[in-house]
Design a protein. Structure first.
Length: 242
């Protein structure tokens, strides 16, 4: 993918067992897995966030990884940009972009490329960070260009030609802690000077990490039955029409 100059790898490279990556993988699978089992070949776009995409690779079978940072790529990975993917039209049955599109500018070009490489009837799965009011130095350091509401994410995906099948927030159960953390950042920090190579994750005692992981089980249970009305992430499942 194309990123802000200076930003490189996902923090998951250094901390694959961090609670947020573990929980995100479970929430994404719960919310978005329907319709991708056996969808092969598949593309894991932005695969440096591998811990959250392991279930996608297992569900789809033959999966190609694409990332601008070679550190996140396995042996079958391809180093390249989401704005000019090195694949032919209609190559994949499924594409996953988990916390990738917010790094891409222009957004429309990345989504148009995703549409191009998907086969008619293929599935597109996306997650992005939620709410512009939550913008902080952490977004700057991560090389983000934007944050989303659910309606903003749906509009962008539909504008690219997709039919949206599901759109929901994620991390509702931990949202109060997220909002408080962002407020503290705004009050106590002047802001990052620019993007970092690999961002330092917020530190928390082991007991807090365990508590955040446990409480997120509530999201899993709810997502099996309904969409969540708020949260710190937006999840979208869409289809390229036939």
């Amino acid at each position: 993918m194309t990123v802000v100059p200076g930003h490189g790898g996902s923090p998951s490279i250094a901390a694959p067992d961090y609670w947020w990556y573990v929980v995100r993988g479970r929430l994404l699978e719960t919310a978005l897995r329907d319709g991708v089992d056996g969808a092969s070949p598949a593309l894991d776009l932005g695969s440096a966030d591998g811990p959250s995409a392991a279930w996608f690779r297992e569900a789809t079978g033959r999966t190609v990884a694409l990332d601008i940072d070679p550190r996140g790529l396995a042996g079958d990975g391809v180093c390249g940009s989401a704005l000019a993917m090195p694949f032919a039209d209609a190559t994949f049955e499924a594409v996953a972009a988990f916390d990738v599109i917010e790094h891409c500018d222009p957004e429309d070009a990345a989504l148009a490329e995703t549409f191009r490489v998907l086969r008619p009837g293929g599935r597109f799965l996306m997650s992005v960070p939620a709410y512009s009011w939550a913008w902080s130095d952490f977004d700057v350091a991560n090389g983000h260009h934007r944050r989303y509401t659910r309606s903003r994410a749906v509009a962008a995906v539909e504008r690219a030609g997709f039919r949206v099948d599901r759109a929901t927030y994620g991390f509702a159960s931990t949202f109060p802690a997220f909002a408080a953390e962002r407020l503290v950042r705004k009050v106590t920090r002047r802001g990052a000077h620019g993007p970092a190579d690999v961002v330092d994750l917020p530190r928390a005692p082991r007991v807090v990490n365990s508590a955040l992981t446990r409480v997120s089980r509530v999201d899993e249970a709810l997502l099996r039955r309904a969409d969540l009305p708020f949260g710190s992430s937006v999840f979208v499942a869409a289809t390229r029409p036939r």
